[in-house]
Design a protein around this ligand. Structure first.
Ligand SMILES: [Mg+2]
Length: 314
């Protein structure tokens, strides 16, 4: 693993096709836009969950049958909707989650040592391969509900944070995201403010989870708070800053709303937005001062959302 390099390692040995639509995407002339409150000294900060929000990857989660131990692969979208009920009720009542990083439920969402990768016949970490595989499909199959936002934020070099349940090294995330650039789907590397793969042990420690007991949703709360504080350190304080976070997992959405309400209480003059992207929708909420109750600003199923409209709230 190349933890200390800023540049992703050479990706030339991984075949990533350039899709025709990406050529089209680049052909459309776009003008760079300032942040909405730029004239007032404010910046717009974009925080993204990755899976089923920025992109759909085929990375499976593995459930284990309670009595036979038989493995069952499920998608990250199914997991987001069902994880609270696994083993208790619903379609996966007979199954359980195993926590071992190498053999358990999330083994494909973690980095592996080089000898393990070799055994699996992989040149890169699984995440990088999964991105490469997705990019071989038509883009409507892998672009998530927040893809347009992610593109817009990258194109305009808005500060971007990636806050994901994945447990890879942050450098692995960068390396995977760089494939979108080399395949022509992004015009440049995003202007990363932070990358928090919150199941990565070193990242958990960085977020203060020293005994490794916090849930993913709680860790995402810490990552949002840390990203806001980092934004103020790096870009300075402004009452006109705007922060938006998008996520598709209902439990995460609930806790993100709570955390953003606390941030709104601490920084009442700044704006905080929560974008729910469950079931492929794109629902924008502005966080108010009065607790976790949020004001729904817009809701539309994905195909009818104009990407330009999507981004206006930031
Ligand atoms: Mg997700």
């Amino acid at each position: 693993m190349s933890q200390n390099t800023d540049k992703p390692s050479d990706l030339n040995d991984l075949f990533v096709p350039k899709s025709e639509s990406s050529q089209l995407e680049l052909a459309i002339e776009r003008k760079k836009e300032h942040d909405r409150n730029f004239h007032l000294g404010g910046r717009s900060f974009y925080f993204f969950d990755f899976d089923d929000n920025v992109a759909f990857l085929a990375t499976p989660l593995i459930l284990f049958h309670k009595s036979s131990g038989q493995e069952l692969k499920i998608s990250s979208g199914q997991f987001a909707q069902e994880h609270a009920r696994i083993g208790k009720s619903g379609p996966f009542v007979e199954y359980k989650i195993e926590w071992d990083d190498v053999t358990g439920t999330f083994r494909n969402f973690r980095d592996h040592h080089n000898d393990e990768l070799e055994r699996l016949g992989l040149k890169k970490q699984i995440f990088v391969h999964d991105v490469a595989e997705a990019l071989g499909l038509p883009d409507f199959q892998w672009k998530g509900p927040s893809w347009s936002c992610f593109y817009h934020a990258t194109f305009n070099q808005r500060p971007v944070s990636v806050i994901t349940a994945r447990g890879h090294d942050p450098q692995t995330l960068k390396e995977g995201i760089e494939l979108f650039v080399s395949a022509g789907h992004l015009p440049s590397t995003p202007n990363f403010l932070s990358l928090f793969p919150v199941s990565h042990k070193a990242t958990r420690t960085e977020l203060g989870d020293l005994d490794l007991t916090r849930s993913v949703a709680e860790l995402k709360q810490s990552a949002i708070r840390e990203s806001v504080e980092r934004a103020l350190e790096r870009y300075g304080y402004s009452p006109h800053h705007r922060f938006g976070m998008s996520d598709d997992d209902p439990k995460n959405i609930q806790l993100i709303a709570e955390e953003m309400t606390k941030l709104k209480t601490k920084y009442p003059e700044m704006s905080f937005f929560l974008i729910e992207t469950q079931h492929g929708e794109f629902v924008k909420n502005e966080i108010g001062l009065s607790g976790p109750k949020v004001t729904k600003l817009a809701s539309a199923p994905l195909p009818s959302v104009n990407p330009v409209e999507q981004i206006k709230l930031f």
